[in-house]
Design a protein around this ligand. Structure first.
Ligand SMILES: Nc1nc2c(ncn2[C@@H]2O[C@H](COP(=O)(O)OP(=O)(O)OP(=O)(O)O)[C@@H](O)[C@H]2O)c(=O)[nH]1
Ligand SMILES: [Mg+2]
Length: 261
């Protein structure tokens, strides 16, 4: 019984989303050594028409989604769940929200409906996106309003990554303000995550694990500190930060899942 569908939009949404799937699968493999499809998996994975992750991946650039498809996670994504364009939204909220939002509206709605059809008891959509980029903030919030129109009774939980003060994207404050208005109108619950705080946490963790004293609560190969064994063979920028978010989401959703089961 699949109960949640994850919608990952833009570079950040897809990178964080994939980190989440990676950790969820590794955590499940740790407790279910024989790799059987069970009730715990059924909250996010469907077992009809082949095992697949209950997710829709959207990015108006191809790079990130293509990289995901070259890694081990390609086995668990259905190509019908992916939507990409070539040039991205150029860090412009309006291009994501209005230009791509209108051009791809039908195809996004079809993919969302298809994902929902595979669920016996759909309870929740999890949207993951950045507030600073054009696709994540613009198209991401357009998807949110489409979800409200199409599935008014299904809960919409948004994980929104806020830019740090020294963000490279010059338009990120504007994009964030425009996206924030949409979140207040269309989301049921927003988990705001600030990139600067993630950087601070990563630095603190790295300090703790480097001068690990006896009795230190942090294990060396903990999934909080390292993405080792995960989807990408080498650590990429944002990986350590995204590990923190993926752990946060995993902890939150395990609560929801255990309540439902
Ligand atoms: N935490 C985190 N932040 C990210 C990641 N990738 C990008 N960002 C942040 O997200 C903002 C840029 O948004 P992106 O998600 O790259 O942009 P996009 O949604 O792909 O939109 P366009 O590239 O304009 O089409 C900046 O504030 C970046 O610092 C990531 O993997 N993790
Ligand atoms: Mg992009």
């Amino acid at each position: 019984m699949t109960q949640s569908v994850v919608v990952q939009v833009g570079q950040c949404g897809n990178q964080v989303g994939c980190r989440f799937w990676d950790l969820a699968l590794r955590e499940h493999a740790h407790v279910n050594k024989v790799g059987l499809y069970d009730e715990a998996l059924s909250s996010f994975f469907r077992n009809k028409g082949g095992d697949a992750i209950a997710a829709v991946l959207i990015d108006m650039e191809e790079g990130v989604v293509h990289r995901i498809l070259q890694g081990p996670l390609r086995e668990v994504f259905d190509s019908a769940q992916l939507l990409t364009d070539v040039s991205g939204s150029g860090n412009n909220w309006a291009v994501g929200n209005l230009t791509y939002g209108s051009a791809y509206m039908d195809s996004i709605v079809n993919k969302l409906r298809k994902a929902a059809e595979h669920c016996d008891c759909l309870q929740c959509f999890f949207l993951i996106h950045s507030m600073g980029g054009g696709t994540g903030s613009g198209l991401g919030t357009r998807v949110l309003s489409l979800l409200e129109e199409e599935f008014p009774d299904v809960c919409r939980i948004v994980t929104a990554m806020y830019p740090s003060a020294e963000d490279d994207v010059i338009t990120s404050p504007y994009n964030s303000v425009l996206a924030m208005k949409e979140l207040t109108e269309h989301a049921d619950c927003v988990l705001p995550v600030e990139n600067q705080s993630l950087v601070d946490i990563v630095n603190k963790i790295s300090l703790m694990s480097h001068d690990a004293k006896p009795g230190c609560v942090l294990k060396k190969e903990s999934t909080v500190t390292s993405g080792q064994g995960g989807v990408s063979p080498t650590e990429r920028p944002f990986d350590a930060m995204n590990n923190i978010v993926a752990n946060l989401l995993l902890n939150i959703t395990s609560e929801i899942i255990s309540l439902w089961n």
